[in-house]
Design a protein around this ligand. Structure first.
Ligand SMILES: [Zn+2]
Length: 82
C-alpha cells in the first residue's frame, strides 16, 4: 500500500513530500567544502522545491566529488566571504 508514496523516492530526502511540482537545482560554483566521508572536495547545490500548495523550500545539498556515495544537507561555505 505504500508503494505509491515512493514515486519520488529520490527527491524525498530533500522534500519529504510527494507534492513537489517543480524542483530546480543550481550548483554553487564558489562553494568550498569537503566530503565528511572521504575528505575529497564536495560540490554544493541549492535545491529549490515548489510544492503543490504554493510553498517553496530551499535547501543546500552537498555531493561528494568522488563516487563514495555521500550526499546530504550542507552549509554553503564560500571562499570569498567579504
Ligand atoms: Zn566522499
Amino acid at each position: 500500500m505504500e508503494n505509491d508514496n515512493y514515486r519520488h523516492a529520490d527527491l524525498a530526502v530533500l522534500t519529504n513530500s510527494e507534492f513537489v511540482v517543480e524542483q530546480k537545482w543550481r550548483e554553487v560554483l564558489d562553494h568550498f567544502g569537503l566530503c565528511p566521508e572521504c575528505g575529497y572536495t564536495a560540490h554544493a547545490f541549492i535545491a529549490t522545491a515548489r510544492h503543490v500548495d504554493g510553498t517553496t523550500k530551499v535547501m543546500t545539498v552537498g555531493s561528494c566529488g568522488l563516487p563514495c556515495g555521500w550526499s546530504g544537507p550542507t552549509e554553503i561555505t564560500k571562499m570569498t566571504e567579504n
